[in-house]
Design a binder for this molecule. Sequence first.
Ligand code: AMP
Length: 461
Amino acid sequence: MSTKAKFQAIRGTRDLLPPETALWNRVEQTAHEVFATFGYGEIRPPIFENIEVFARSVGADSDIVSKEMYSLLDPPTWPEILEKLGNVEDYDRIEATFGIKQALTQSAWMAEIMALRPEATASVCRAYIEHNMQQLPQPVKLYYMGPMFRRERPQKGRYRQFYQIGAEILGGPDAPAIDAELIEMLMTFFDKCGLQGTELSINSIGHAADNCRRGYVAKLKAELEKVKDKLGADSQRRIETNPLRVLDSKLEHEQAIIEKLPRIADHLCDECKTHYAAVKRELELRGVIYRENWRLVRGLDYYMRTTFEITAQGLGSQNAVCGGGRYDGLVELLGGPPTKGIGFAIGEDRLILSLQDAKSQSPVTSHQSPSVYIAWMGERAYATALRAAKDLRKAGFVVELPPTELKFGKALERASKLGSRFALILGDNEVADGQWTLKTLADGSQQKLTEQALLEYLRKS
Ligand code: AMP
C-alpha cells in the first residue's frame, strides 16, 4: 500500500472530538435528568433490526424506506444451512443435489434482511410488543438516545449517521394532557440546555382511519392535480405518493400555490377538532408558547392528529431540531394490540450546532471544574505530585500530571497551552516545608498553601 494512502470517515459520517464531546455528554446528561423527573425510563434498542420493522411502520413509500435505508444481508453460514436443510449432511451433498449455483441461491434465499435503524420509534413499538409491556401500568414512558442512519445528501445539519434523543408514550388513555405534557417536557429540556430562539409549531393532521384525513387528502389531491403543471418534479411525484408532503415544500415558486390549497383545519372531524382544541388549552395551562402551522405535516406515514416541530437559531435551512406527533395505530401495525402512542425525536447534531452558534451561557455549557496542572521536579516531589493528583481528582477537579519531569518554565508553558486555570508547583522546597505553590495562570499571581488550604481554596474558586 502506498504510504500516501489515507483513510477518511465515510461520506456523511464524522468523528465527534473533544472538547465538543463534553458538550454532547452534558446535553445527554440533561436529557437523562429532565426525562427522569417526568417519569420516563431509558430503553436501548439494537442498532439494526429486521427490515420489515421499518418497512411496515415508516411506510414502504416514504423516502426513508424507499431511498435512504442501509440494508444488510445476513446469509446463514454453511453449518446453519445444513442444519436448516436437515436431511443433507454436508456441503458436497448440497452441491451434488442442487449444484453450486443452487446452493448459493439457497443461502441468499435464507438470508435475513436487516437494516441499520433510520429512526427508533418503530423499534420501541416492536420492543413494547415483544416484552408484553401492555401488562405494565399504562401508559409506558420510554426515552432513548443514539445513532440513526439515513442515506441522505450530506450538508450542514444533515448527516448519514446522526444522533437522536427521543421519547415515546405508549398505551393509556386518549387524553390531550398526554400530548401537552410530552411537549412541555421537550421545551423544559431545551430550556435547561440553553437552546436559543426556539419556536414550537403545532398542527393536527386528523385521524388516519377516519374520514376526516382521507376526505381531506382526496380533496387536496384533486386541487393539486389542477395546478400540477406549475409544480416542481418532487411535488408532482408526491401528488401520487404522499400529497400531504407537498405542503412541506420549501421551493420559492410553489409557495403562492400552496397558500391557496384547502386546509386540514377546515376538514377535521368533530373528535379530532375537540382533541386539537384540548391540546392547545393544555399547552396554555402549562405556559408553553406555540404557533399553529397548518402546513406542518410529518414525513412519516404513521402520524395522526397532533404533530409538532421545534426550530432553533443558527441552523440555516436545516433548522428543525425536533419533530414529533401522535401515532395511535403503529403498535397494531406491527402486530400488537390497539395502543395509543405519541413521541418525538430531537436531532442531537443540530441541537449541538445551535448551542455552539449561540455560544450559549447556559448552565449546560458554562459549567467547568477548575483544572490544575501539576508542575513537579525531583523524585520526592513526584511522589507528592502523584498523591496530590489522586486527592484532587477524588475531590472532582480536572488534573493534568506530566508523565516525565519538565523544567518549571516548560511545564508552565504546557499548562497555559492546555488552558489550565491553575498550576500547582511542587519542588524540593515545597515538599520539605509542606507549603505548596499555586499559580493562577490568567494573572500570574502565586500563593503558598498547605495541602488542606489548597483543597479549600480550589473548592471556592
Ligand atoms: P424525523 O425522524 O425525520 O422526524 O427527524 C427528527 C429530527 O431528527 C429532525 O427534526 C432533525 O433534527 C433530525 N434529523 C433527521 N434527519 C437527520 C439527518 N440526516 N441529519 C441530522 N439530523 C437529522
